[in-house]
Design a protein around this ligand. Structure first.
Ligand code: IPD
Length: 274
């Protein structure tokens, strides 16, 4: 179905409903029906894990989307970009079937299913389902952010030395070393650092006020798409670490009153160049 067949509000309602149902189906599969043997292998490095459940989750999500919106483009972490015959409808989905796969493998809380839909190039709908805490975060552009039914809105900005800052590390060992050195220099200047292991949920944690900011270099769009919309609809500023428009290569998300200060500090510490 082409976006123009529905008015914008109807389209957003439909995409939000599909995203919620796809995330719920994936959660049933990976969490409620978690098998003893996950079928673990590695991808870009020995620490970059993938399981058969990542692949099965992506198939489930793709099938749920295709049942309602067969003409949409879908880009997923495991199967890449699939463009339907005819070139697509103007809607493009970003799917991380399990964000935080290392957490998932260890059965450590914090893995999630992240699904976003972009309409004519603008991120419009995001859902991040966190099965271990039984919470689902969501946002529709212009309609605010929610954790289940509870609206999320940032409170007052903490001063920099009182900021709890989340970050993450890539899979390349050299880059991890450099990222660790930046984090070590940041640590004495802020309240503390958190490395929870799942970017989409880190972004939701900014929205929910569980951390004051999040930065990371070298993400992919599927890690980021849903969570960044949720953070921004909750009132956070999203961008690159050096203050440019949001891009997965170097992400910073913070209270709008703290963003520039953190950006200056992280640039000084060399965070964008790791
Ligand atoms: C990873 C997680 C992790 C982040 C990595 C991501 P994946 O996603 O979000 O927290 O530090 O950069 O690649 O590989 O588990 O989907």
């Amino acid at each position: 179905m082409k976006p123009r067949d529905l008015d914008r509000n109807e389209l957003l309602d439909q995409l939000a409903d599909v995203a919620q149902r796809a995330a719920a189906a994936a959660v049933r599969l990976i969490h409620d029906e978690r098998p003893a043997d996950l079928g673990i292998t590695s991808k870009s490095s020995s620490t970059d894990l993938v399981t058969e459940m990542d692949r099965a989750s992506e198939r489930t999500i793709r099938a749920t989307i295709a049942a309602v919106r067969p003409d949409d483009v879908v880009i997923g972490e495991e199967d890449g970009e699939v463009i339907p015959e005819g070139g697509g409808s103007g809607v493009r989905w970003w799917v991380d079937p399990i964000d935080g796969t290392t957490n998932y493998v260890y059965d450590h809380p914090g893995y999630n299913v992240s699904i976003a839909a972009e309409v004519d190039g603008e991120m419009a709908v995001g859902v991040v389902a966190d099965p271990t805490h039984a919470r689902t975060y969501s946002a529709v552009k212009g309609r605010g952010a929610f954790c289940d039914d509870r609206p999320l809105r940032l409170g007052p900005a903490a001063p920099l030395p009182a900021c709890l800052v989340a970050t993450g590390f890539g899979y390349d060992p050299d880059r991890r070393g450099r990222q660790g050195r930046v984090a070590a220099e940041l640590l004495p200047l802020v309240r503390d650092i958190r490395r929870m292991g799942a970017a989409a949920l880190d972004l939701c944690s900014v929205a929910a006020g569980r951390v004051d900011a999040y930065y990371e270099v070298g993400l992919s769009m599927w890690d980021l798409a849903a969570g960044a919309l949720i953070a921004s609809e909750a009132g956070a500023r999203t961008g690159t670490i050096d203050g440019g428009p949001l891009h997965p290569r170097a992400v910073l998300v913070a209270h709008p009153e703290r963003f520039d200060e953190l950006s200056r500090l992280l640039v000084e510490l060399g965070a964008p160049e790791v």
